[in-house]
Design a protein around this ligand. Structure first.
Ligand code: TRP
Length: 362
């Protein structure tokens, strides 16, 4: 059986460079590797509504932003199916049956749900839709018989929950579902790219993001203002790498060829780090290097975005065609699920005949 990818994002804002190193770059590589039989990339609007139900307009307006970010990063709609979650009603139906397989206490123990309940001050009264979104996420994944789910570390509890549902379903009803594996980002820096202020996470509300759609001057300004090492006051002072945002970004973005192109006096990142720690290397020089790298990475993304921005209706056509294709796939799985649960009454001629026989005999 071929390998199948499913992953996605909530459309609550434009995507930033944290999304890029944490998942988008990898998705494009996986797409271009040719190793996957099918690739599904989902804009998770229904999931976004579980904690934005009072603000559907925000979700609605951000679908196009996320779609443009996907396309501009190099996701190719001819290879990867891009679709919108809410347009696949089969996902909701699957969720309803999976709900029987999960307990309230299991959901309460889900670390991601726990953290989000705290973050959103839901403690006193948790909306049921929000509380059960891990079950809906299991539907997203299993509907496409995904073998591989490339996501960030924060999604691990969701994949574990999905695997439990699959095992339980298969053991009760027979092997209809596929247990997925997670695929995590390549290194620590990619997993948790901090904001430009050094804070743990990039977030719109903190105003510390570099967006994929930022123009070159904005990117440069943001990089030049990055948090580094508060103890590194003079160039000659020894510098520290821990918590130094510029070096974390280099860990995520820098490749050996960047030294040849922009900083040939160093052979690799280890040499640059060693010099910084020794003293004698100024922050501005390192920031300028990072800026050159990031402009190089972001330039083709910006250029492609500009092209797609010229024809927004065409982007919606891509999403529509993708949603139709995704729906066919999910419908097939739903049929398998109903057959396994034996709630496919009208297809079950054998059952109908047996019951007819019984009544005839009486
Ligand atoms: N929970 C994911 C996020 O917040 C989005 C998502 C929804 C997803 N369904 C998914 C990711 C299925 C991977 C697989 O980013």
């Amino acid at each position: 059986m071929g390998k199948i990818i499913l992953t996605g994002d909530r459309p609550t804002g434009r995507l930033h460079v944290g999304h890029y190193v944490g998942s988008l770059r990898r998705r494009v590589e996986l797409q271009n590797s040719g190793e996957y039989e099918k690739i599904f990339i989902m804009i998770a609007d229904a999931q976004a509504l579980t904690d934005n139900f009072e603000n559907p307009e925000k979700v609605r307006q951000n679908i196009i932003e996320v779609a443009l970010d996907y396309l501009s990063c190099g996701l190719d709609p001819a290879v990867s199916t891009l679709f919108i979650q809410s347009q696949i009603p089969e996902l909701t139906e699957l969720t309803f049956y999976y709900m029987n397989l999960v307990t309230v206490s299991r959901l309460q123990r889900n670390p991601t749900v726990k953290a989000e309940i705290q973050m959103r001050n839901f403690e006193a009264s948790i909306p049921v839709g929000f509380f059960t979104y891990p079950i809906s996420q299991a539907s997203d994944i299993t509907a496409f018989k995904a073998t591989t789910v490339p996501v960030g570390e924060d999604q691990l509890p969701m994949i574990e929950q999905t695997r439990e549902i699959v095992r339980k379903f298969n053991s009760i009803y027979g092997e209809a579902l596929v247990e997925p594996d997670v695929l995590l980002p390549e290194n620590e820096a990619c997993m948790r790219l901090p904001g430009i202020d050094g804070k743990a996470k990039m977030s719109k509300s903190l105003g510390n993001c570099i967006y994929l759609a930022d123009d070159p001057e904005d990117v440069r300004k943001k990089i030049m203002s990055m948090y580094t090492d508060p103890l590194h006051l003079m160039v000659s002072d020894p510098g520290h790498l821990e918590g130094n945002t510029v070096f974390t970004y280099l860990d995520a973005f820098c490749r050996p060829e960047h030294f040849e192109r922009y900083l040939p006096e160093y052979g690799n990142l280890d040499e640059l780090k060693a010099h910084y720690q020794r003293g004698g290397l100024g922050d501005v020089k390192v920031k300028k290097f990072l800026n050159k790298i990031m402009q190089e990475v972001l330039e083709p993304i910006r250029a492609r975005r500009k092209e797609y921005e010229k024809d927004i209706p065409a982007v919606y056509e891509i999403l529509k065609a993708g949603s139709e294709k995704a729906r066919e796939e999910a419908a097939r799985t739903l049929e398998d699920v109903k057959a396994a649960m034996r709630i496919n009454y009208f297809d079950d001629q054998e059952m109908i005949r047996a019951q007819a026989d019984r009544y005839e005999r009486n």
